[in-house]
Ligand binder design. Sequence first.
Ligand SMILES: Cc1ncc(COP(=O)(O)O)c(C=O)c1O
Length: 424
Amino acid sequence: MSVTSKSGLAESLQAAIEGYRNRNPKSAAMLDRARAVMPGGNTRTSLWSDPFPLCIESAEGCRIRDVDGHEYIDFLGEFTAGIFGHTSPVLAEAVAQAHADGFGLSSHTPYEVAFAERIVERFPSMDRLRFANSGTEANMMAVMAAKLTTGRGKIAVFDGAYHGGFLSFGHGSSPVNAPFDYLLLPFNDAAAASTAFAAEGSEIAAVLVEPMQGAGGCRVADRAFLEVLRNLTQTHGAILIFDEVQTARMSYGGAQSIFGVIPDMTTIGKFFGGGMAFGAFGGRADIMDRFDPARPGALPHAGTFNNNRLTMAAGLAAIDTYLTADKLTALYQTGEDLQAAIKDIFKRTGAPFKITGMGSIMNIHAEGTTPEEALTRQKLLRFRLLEDGYFIADRGLIAVSQAIEEKHIEGFLQSLEKVAATCP
Ligand SMILES: Cc1ncc(COP(=O)(O)O)c(C=O)c1O
């Protein structure tokens, strides 16, 4: 099929949506049922996609299966959290063991000590850490630690950043953001950051930045930009926080080790929980030790599930089995090779798409003469990939998991080359 005009593109999308509706009646029915008890049938905004999201029933390795019985190769990997694929005897055994030995113990456990030791050892920026329940929570606590350590109020963040549901700057500041005093700066713009610090440096408590903006379209920070942020924060007595919730997978020591820029604090989440809800924030001893409860005036940091034994056990097993230096380096290379192959397809075929990213996390971006045209093309590409049995985010995000094998990548590239040609 060849579509050349803008209206042709819109018609193709409508036809693709119709086909999707026809193929997925049970997913549609499940959403209808869910609507009665959850607004829009949804409890996680990022999972919404028009006309309705697929309802996934089961999975194995890198394959997911929806309630209508279709199988997909999962190139989304739970928006980067699913680095292990969807089933793991190792993680299952770790959780089962922790379960069998008893959970909810109302006290400290050996698991959390071993787990914390393993994480602190990896990140040059972490002398100590504390566990939380999500990346959002970890970022909130890091920001609070910075505010209370510096005695200042302003938090510098970047346009397009996503640090969690209450710290989201995709289209300006989200209406449900935590009520901090934000200084919203352009990403990768060292001059703008320097100007902001020259004007307001004495009021800035922290700079919170992703080494690669994940939800913001896989925009990779320039090393020089991160170096400028490092120098500015040091000079002005502010705290530099790297949100490595996504990018920690780039190497054993995260993206900070690759860039060679070491922040004062780092936040992590997602895959470090071995498939369980997880977050952690850590950093310089002088900042983190303010949370030492034996100290007079210690900062509180509560949370029933902060040291949830099941999470600690799963995380520990994940670190020792999957998040090793060798495996992360291999996954990074697989991702870089995939990005190069995708770039080559778009170049060879002239398909109006581009790809950005770092290692195993990347984003396909449709181009267009207007934002609407680009969006239509982006959606069409995704529906076409779904028809071929490949699952990516409708915004174009791809996160390669360790369960993806060479044969899956070959199949995906063949499909992409074919379908990109039907979205001109
Ligand atoms: C860079 C980044 N920071 C923070 C978060 C929030 O983590 P969570 O969803 O665990 O709250 C995310 C989630 O996608 C993220 O990508």
